[in-house]
Design a protein around this ligand. Structure first.
Ligand code: ADP
Length: 644
């Protein structure tokens, strides 16, 4: 049966990305080999894991390996593996589209490139390794057969917008990627990638630790030897072809003399990141449970860490053999940015997911890894604030989720950074906040909201600013979640400035303020009742405020109410409708005049328009939407018409 080759076009984004890649990665073209070997090695890992469950997938005596074949005359190079292979559909979805969610974002960032990242770093973040082949090849051909399937598929492309697909034959399971190499151009970074010394060097440099043999067929001249085994001068020369394994295959975590560069290459191999890791952590446990770990904190986020379905986990090895590519059980979710491996001496090779989840031993390893990672972060924070900030930027909000972990809550609280009213340019720890607390201050004040800019101008802060109390700005979406779990730090209660009553100043000041409000509250009783009735849909109480100094009004919640920020974050309908408390500033002209007007004529029809305007003012000031913007504008226009 022959099936005609079908021509397909790349997704538009893929096309543009390809172009950019090929034309912006001038240096390090040789890394294409690392990428292809990495993919082959992943495919072999998958094959081994699948063969554990379905042994017939591997022939008797078949070893999993990567073979590099070259043809210097034809100028082709192929990387062949007997790994898991791809079905036709997989080939289309993995190679024909860069379907990963981040492509558009990546394109955007490549265009702006504002953060000073190199194109290669950016590309690496989104894992498009295979395409790097087009930096050195005019045509790439993939022949692949998925383990367990009969047919193979051939994919071919010149990297210029189109690829062809056709059914083909392949004797064994696995994948061969063949490159028609571009002409050698040493200035342009294109060496002779058919030369064994060039290939040897590249493999040693980037892929030495790959746990499967990377085999190159090499030709060697052999001179005829005499009986003693000595070469005969002018003897007959024969060409011997032999296999040469280019990598040592020694797992890097079992070696003692590893350089930073080697760690970095290993990290790139397992993470598919192109940037060096920020921190390498290596430790071993001996005794009752025995295992080794090699962990990395990346220097940049890969993909979207906040996407809920995003996969994470560490590679799990049993006595140097990988049995799982992504073992989630080894990491708490809030450390999902950590990459690395665990090699254990005490697990069965075919351990099931089920058993992993229940395994006490795995649990213990996870706890140990968690503690070590948090301690390491603590060290960075203490020793190198600048570095810590670099960590914090991409990963801080993930780490914050950890406050729900009772075992490590305190450690994590110590690691958190927040924006604060103390310093517009820098973040603060809770500890530093507590050290700055005023002598009469009992609570840690915070406000939640959309952004620093919005909360900074919130009327809720006025009294705090006037009396010089520091307020933390909790403006990350995860912060709303955080305050559900964190009630205190070092014995100081966390207190929202937008909820409940506030008592500022020393005892005398507090008493004087309370007395003043109480007396005034009586005088405002009538107008407050009126406002409450008018705004009944939105407001459950109207009272005087000691939060405000310059604004006439703000809206607050009762101690246990959810915040407007939470309402914005959650979908409409997920929360029961909740009325707010309206607080008015008794010293503000608007408020006193409103009272006068009400007392003069409680039936004045304009009063209800003023009530609506006050509500709108309060909502807008805190960054909340107003219930009926059209109506609000009309009322405002009426007011202008009257007063202009
Ligand atoms: P990444 O490896 O970062 O995911 P690539 O573009 O290099 O991105 O590869 C895309 C996908 O194609 C891989 O995730 C894998 O599923 C598949 N793939 C690539 N090479 C091979 C191979 N040699 N064998 C099997 N699958 C492969």
């Amino acid at each position: 049966m022959t099936v005609q080759a079908q021509t397909h076009t790349f997704q538009a984004d893929t096309k543009r990305l390809l172009h950019l890649m090929v034309h912006s990665l001038y240096t390090d073209k040789e890394i294409f080999l690392r990428e292809l070997i990495s993919n082959a090695s992943d495919a072999l890992d998958k094959m081994r894991i699948e063969a554990l469950r379905q042994p017939p997938l591997l022939k008797d005596g078949e070893t999993l390996e990567i073979r590099i074949d070259t043809d210097p005359q034809a100028r082709t190079l192929s990387i062949r593996d007997n790994g898991i292979g791809m079905t036709r559909d997989e080939l289309v979805s993995h190679i024909g589209t860069i379907a990963k969610s981040g492509t558009r974002e990546l394109m955007q960032r490549l265009k702006e490139n504002s953060e000073g990242h190199s194109a290669s770093e950016l590309i690496g973040q989104f894992g498009v390794g295979f395409y790097s082949a087009f930096m050195v090849a005019s045509k790439v051909t993939i022949t692949t057969r998925r383990a367990g399937e009969d047919t193979a598929t051939r994919w071919e492309s010149a990297g210029e917008g189109e690829y062809t697909l056709e059914d083909t034959h392949r004797d064994a399971y696995g994948t061969t990627v063949t490159l028609d190499l571009l002409p050698i151009d040493s200035e342009g970074g294109i060496e002779d990638f058919t030369d064994q010394w060039v290939l040897s060097r590249i493999v040693k440099r980037y892929s030495d630790f790959v746990t499967f043999p990377i085999i190159l067929k090499v030709e060697r001249e052999e001179v005829e030897k005499d009986e003693q085994g000595q070469p005969i001068p002018d003897g007959k020369k024969t060409t011997v072809v032999e296999d040469k394994t280019l990598n040592s295959m020694k797992p890097i975590w079992t070696r003692s003399d590893v350089t930073d560069e080697e760690y970095a290459e290993f990290y790139k191999h397992i993470s598919h990141d192109w940037a060096d890791p920020m921190k390498t952590m290596r430790f071993r446990a001996e005794g009752r449970i025995e295992y080794q770990t090699l962990l990395f904190i990346p220097s940049q986020a890969q993909g979207n860490l906040n996407y809920h379905g995003s996969e994470f986990g560490l590679q799990l090895y049993v006595r140097r053999v990988m049995i799982m590519e992504r073992c989630e059980e080894l990491l708490p979710r809030y450390l999902r940015f950590v990459k690395g491996i665990v090699d254990s001496a005490d697990l069965p090779l075919n351990i099931s997911r089920q058993r992993l989840q229940e395994d006490r031993y795995i649990n213990q390893i996870r706890k140990w890894i968690t503690r070590k990672t948090l301690d390491t972060l603590g060290d960075i924070q203490r020793d190198d604030a600048e570095q810590y900030l670099k960590f914090w930027e991409p990963f801080g909000s993930v780490l914050k989720e950890g406050v729900a972990d009772a075992d490590y809550k305190d450690k994590i609280l110590g690691l958190l950074l927040f924006a604060s009213s103390h310093d517009p340019a820098n973040l603060t720890t809770l500890e530093a906040y507590v050290q700055r607390m005023k002598s009469d201050q009992k609570e840690i004040f915070y406000i939640t909201g959309e952004s620093r800019n919005v909360v900074e101008h919130s009327p809720h802060l006025e009294a705090f600013k006037a009396k010089d109390y520091e307020v933390l700005y909790l403006v990350a979406p995860v912060d709303e979640f955080l305050v559900q779990y964190v009630f205190e730090f070092q014995g100081k209660r966390l207190k929202s400035v937008g909820k409940g009553a506030v008592d500022l100043g020393d005892e005398n000041e507090q008493k004087a303020a309370a007395d003043k409000l109480q007396t005034l509250q009586e005088q405002f009783k009538g107008v407050f009742e009126f406002l409450k009735e008018k705004l009944d849909d939105h407001i459950k109480e109207v009272r005087l405020s000691n939060r405000l100094t310059s604004s006439p009004v703000c809206l607050v919640g009762a101690e246990n109410d959810y915040s407007p920020q939470l309402a914005r974050l959650l979908q409409k309908g997920d929360l029961p409708k909740q009325k707010r408390i309206m607080e008015l500033n008794p010293d503000h002209t608007i408020v006193t005049k409103l009272k006068e007007r009400f007392e003069k004529d409680p039936t004045d029809t304009l009063l209800s328009e003023y009530a609506e305007l006050l509500l709108g003012y309060g909502l807008l000031a805190e960054g909340s939407p107003i219930p009926n913007p059209v109506r609000y504008n009309q009322v405002l226009a009426n007011l202008m018409t009257r007063t202009l």
